[in-house]
Design a protein around this ligand. Structure first.
Ligand SMILES: Cc1ncc(COP(=O)(O)O)c(C=O)c1O
Length: 331
């Protein structure tokens, strides 16, 4: 197994910090909570997609692509960071967005504002249940007919190549644990398209680490999310030549904090975002990390962890969306 064989662009200088959340741990009565600041990765406003893009964009450059095409929601952090990587590499970028409930607002702020500021070459909006991958294929064909070459990145950057970014992150966590003398019992992360969780699991597996990963779902039910992550874990493992099959019970997802659906706020999310802001001065987001932290708090309150357990919360970014829903947090 050797992900080092894969080409990698570098968008973050050094390791992202791990900080102890002493006030939050005290407030919740244990376990020992730390946070891995992947909101501080490189590229515009940072986040987990930067790590996946280090491998995906290296692959695009190797293939001689001149344009990145990807897809997501109107507030997609992944689209923002793909575009930022394209800018950094001197590539063009086209986006396929799905129409949100209530219709597409061309004036929408947050990540959508940044799509314009960063100079997306094209933004195509399709209906909510439209086929994003078919729409990306169509854009790629149009470019090919003009003699250009597109590289398609799936939703969330979650495929075997993107997952390598989180294998590398698992490796980084292991190194930091070694340096600080703190092995982590658990990593808790938001899980959506699944590449973050699958990559972490592949990385800990490759290292023979005892660290367990808990994914807090932001959309699907538990069974479908666990199946999705397991499939990607298996294909990532095969791609890099890890021996054996992944064990299904290593894939653990929690679906009790999704609420009514993807990106729909919950009271627990609002409480979590406020609590972390007021105890630690760290900003989470309403769609991913707010719900993931609500999950961590919920699991702590129901006694899932021992007081001395070392729990590492992965901050996967997303802050631009915080400013699209001020009514949630204003008095
Ligand atoms: C801020 C943030 N956190 C977490 C996730 C979920 O990561 P993954 O799609 O790899 O499961 C996303 C995905 O878009 C995200 O933007």
């Amino acid at each position: 197994m050797n992900p080092i064989r894969y080409e990698r662009r570098r968008y973050t200088t050094g390791q992202t910090p791990i900080e102890k959340l002493e006030r939050l741990s005290r407030e919740l009565g244990g376990p020992v909570i730390s946070i891995k600041r992947d909101d501080l990765t490189g590229l515009t406003a940072g986040g987990n997609k930067t790590r996946k893009l280090e491998y995906l964009v290296a692959d695009a450059v190797r293939q001689g692509a001149d344009t990145l095409i990807t897809c997501g929601a109107v507030q997609s952090n992944h689209c923002r960071l793909t575009l930022a990587a394209a800018v950094r590499e001197g590539l063009k970028c086209q986006l396929v967005l799905t129409e949100p409930e209530g219709g597409y607002d061309p004036q929408a702020s947050g990540n959508h504002l940044l799509f314009h500021l960063l100079g997306a070459e094209k933004i195509e909006v399709i209906e909510a249940d439209g086929d994003m991958h078919a729409a990306m294929d169509k854009l790629a064909h149009e470019l090919a007919s003009q003699g250009r070459k597109a590289y398609l990145i799936p939703v969330g950057g979650s495929n075997e190549v993107g997952s390598l970014g989180y294998m590398a992150c698992a490796e980084e966590i292991e190194q930091q644990a070694w340096e600080s003398g703190t092995p982590y019992d658990y990593v808790v992360t938001a899980t959506g398209s699944g590449g973050t969780q699958a990559g972490l699991l592949a990385g800990f597996w490759a290292r023979n680490s005892n660290t367990r990963v808990i994914g807090v779902n932001v959309s699907r039910d538990r069974q479908s999310q666990e199946a999705k992550v397991l499939e990607l874990l298996g294909s990532t493992a095969r791609t890099i030549g890890l021996k054996g099959e992944p064990s299904p019970d290593t894939v653990q997802c929690e679906d009790r904090y999704v609420g009514p659906g993807y990106a729909i706020p919950t009271a627990e999310m609002v409480e979590a975002v406020q609590l972390v802001a007021r105890t630690e001065g760290i900003l989470l987001d309403p769609v991913y990390t707010g719900k993931a932290m609500a999950g961590l708090i919920g699991l702590i309150r129901e006694g899932r962890f021992a007081k001395e357990d070392q729990v590492l919360f992965l901050h996967t970014g997303g802050s631009p969306a915080l400013y699209t829903a001020p009514q949630l947090f204003l008095p």
